[in-house]
Design a protein around this ligand. Structure first.
Ligand SMILES: [Zn+2]
Length: 106
């Protein structure tokens, strides 16, 4: 196949057009990741439905270096403007800006 591409979420090859992976990551993803990660994440962002106890996987924090890339953690606090705080380190995750997804909803 001459059109193998790599999914920006699972890193596996896929054929065909793939899917727009935003807002989870700035690239394209395979059908499996689209259904299991991207679509649910779009719905969560639409409704702002994050909860203390959700486990998240950080792909990249907007405007930061790669320190947090790939980290996973549990949401311990959500502040009044909707930023997620958790045990992945010192920085809050901002749902409207950052690339991340929920791996295990509470
Ligand atoms: Zn994938």
């Amino acid at each position: 196949m001459d059109d193998l591409k790599v999914c920006c979420l699972c890193g596996k090859d896929y054929e065909g057009y793939g899917n727009n992976a935003q807002p989870v990551c700035d690239g394209r993803c395979c059908d499996h990741c689209n259904l299991s990660i991207v679509i649910p994440e779009r719905i969560r962002r639409l409704h702002g439905s994050y909860h203390v106890g959700d486990s998240i996987h950080i792909i990249h924090l907007h405007g930061e270096d790669t320190t947090y890339d790939g980290r996973e953690g549990c949401v311990t606090h959500i502040d009044s403007i909707g930023q997620l705080h958790g045990d992945w380190g010192g920085l809050a995750v901002i749902p409207s800006e950052d690339e991340f997804y929920v791996i295990d909803p509470s």
